[in-house]
Ligand binder design. Structure first.
Ligand code: FNR
Length: 359
C-alpha cells in the first residue's frame, strides 16, 4: 500500500513537471481553421453547452480523471472539486482502486462529492477490476458516471504493471451490464483506434474518450520512476487525439452510437475548439488544469476555467459557429504528420477543408 501511495504522488509530481516546461508542439498544431472574415455570428448567440451523459453542462470541456488516495492528492481533489463547483464544470478523479482496498484512502475521493454535492462527477477504475469493484467505486463518490481506463502502454512500462490484456474486453462488458450509470472508457494518453472503438461499441459502451498522445506522457513518467527499466525508445508511441478523432470519423460503421470525447495534450481554448470541430462531444483536460491548481490552488483554476469558458465562446463566434454542432461544419486544414496519418489510414483530408461549401 505504501508503494501505491508513493506512485500516486510520483504521478502528480512528474506530470506537473512535464507541464511546467516551455511551449509544446502537438498534432493539434497540424490543424488550422480556414478563416472566413464575415462569420455572421455575435458572441451573445453562441451557446456551447453540451449534454454529457444525461446532464447539460455549460461549457464543452471538463476536468479529466487524475488523482486521489493520499493526503496530498486528496487536497488536490478538494481544490479541483471547488473549482468544478464554482465554474459548473464536470470532473473526474484518479483510479479509486486504492480506496477499495484501503479505507483510509477513501476520504481523498469522498472530498470531491462533499465539496460539490450537485456537480457532475465521474468515478474512475482501471480495466480488469470486477463489476462489484466498479459499483463500489461509483458508490464511494455517488458518481454520475464511471470512467474505466485502458492503459496497455502504461502497464507495459510501469514497474508494477500487469500486462495481461486477455480479459479486458470481457471485463468491460461485465461492468457495462452491471452498472446503472453510464460507462466511459478512456485511454490515458496513447489514443483509441477506430478498431478499438468498434469493439467498445459492440459490447454496449456508449461513451469513449480517445485520450491521445501529445500531452501528459505516461511513458516518460513511468520511465522516470524506475530508470533501470529504460523504455525511452518508445517515445511517441500511440495516436494523438486529433488523429484518433479523424480515424473514428472515417471508420464509424461499427460505432455509430458511440459518443466520443477527446483529451490528451489540450493546452488552450483553441485546442478545445479543434477537438469539437473534429467531432468530440466534449473535451477532457488533465495536465493543463493540474498545473493551474498546483500553482494557484482552487482560485487559480477557477480563473483559468473562467477564461477558457469565455475564450471558447469567442472562438466559436470568430468561426461563425453558434453551437458545437456548427463547429463540425467549419473548414479545417489538415497538415504535416496528421495529414500523413490520414493518407496512411485512407482518410481524405480534403473533406475537412471544404466542409462549409455544403452550407
Ligand atoms: C492521469 N490520468 C489518469 N487517467 C485515468 O483514467 N485514471 C487515473 O488514475 C489517471 N491518473 C492520472 C494522474 C495524473 C497526475 C495525470 C496528469 C493524468 C490521465 C488523464 O486522465 C488523461 O487521459 C491524460 O493525462 C492525457 O490528458 P492531458 O494530461 O494531456 O490533458
Amino acid at each position: 500500500a505504501a508503494g501505491r501511495r508513493e506512485r500516486k504522488e510520483d504521478h502528480v509530481r512528474l506530470a506537473t513537471a512535464q507541464w511546467t516546461g516551455g511551449a509544446r508542439t502537438t498534432e493539434f498544431d497540424d490543424l488550422e481553421f480556414l478563416h472566413h472574415a464575415l462569420g455572421g455570428v455575435t458572441l451573445e448567440e453562441v451557446d456551447l453547452s453540451v449534454r454529457l451523459f444525461d446532464r447539460e453542462v455549460a461549457a464543452p470541456f471538463y476536468i479529466n480523471g487524475m488523482t486521489g488516495g493520499t493526503e496530498s492528492t486528496g487536497r488536490i481533489n478538494q481544490q479541483l472539486a471547488i473549482a468544478a463547483r464554482e465554474t459548473r464544470t464536470a470532473m473526474g478523479c484518479g483510479s479509486v482502486s486504492i480506496a477499495l482496498e484501503d479505507e483510509s484512502a477513501a476520504d481523498a475521493f469522498r472530498v470531491i462529492r462533499r465539496e460539490n454535492p450537485d456537480g457532475l462527477v465521474m468515478a474512475n477504475i482501471g480495466v480488469g477490476r470486477s463489476a462489484e469493484d466498479a459499483r463500489r467505486a461509483v458508490d464511494l463518490l455517488q458518481a454520475d458516471a464511471l470512467q474505466i481506463h485502458v492503459n496497455a502502454v502504461q502497464e507495459t512500462v510501469m514497474p508494477e504493471g500487469s500486462p495481461d490484456f486477455s480479459t479486458w474486453l470481457s471485463g468491460i462488458e461485465q461492468i457495462v451490464r452491471a452498472l446503472d450509470v453510464p460507462v466511459l472508457v478512456k485511454e490515458v494518453g496513447f489514443g483509441l483506434s477506430a478498431r478499438t472503438l468498434a469493439q467498445l461499441a459492440s459490447i454496449g459502451v456508449s461513451w469513449a474518450d480517445v485520450s491521445g498522445r501529445g500531452g501528459t506522457d505516461f511513458l516518460a513518467i513511468e520511465n522516470d520512476r524506475r530508470p533501470a527499466r529504460d523504455y525511452s525508445y518508445l517515445t511517441g508511441f500511440g495516436q494523438s487525439a486529433p488523429a484518433a478523432l479523424l480515424d473514428a470519423a472515417a471508420h464509424r460503421e461499427h460505432a455509430e452510437h458511440l459518443r466520443l470525447l477527446a483529451s490528451g495534450g489540450v493546452r488552450d481554448p483553441l485546442d478545445v475548439v479543434k477537438a469539437l470541430a473534429l467531432g468530440a462531444q466534449a473535451v477532457g483536460v488533465a495536465g493543463s488544469f493540474l498545473k493551474a491548481v498546483v500553482e494557484g490552488g482552487a482560485d487559480g483554476l477557477i480563473e483559468l476555467i473562467g477564461s477558457w469558458q469565455q475564450h471558447t465562446r469567442e472562438l466559436a463566434a470568430l468561426l461563425g459557429a453558434r453551437t458545437v454542432a456548427d463547429l463540425r461544419s467549419s473548414d479545417l486544414l489538415v497538415r504535416g504528420r496528421l495529414r500523413e496519418f490520414c493518407e496512411l489510414r485512407g482518410i481524405d483530408p480534403g473533406t475537412y477543408s471544404r466542409r462549409s461549401h455544403a452550407s
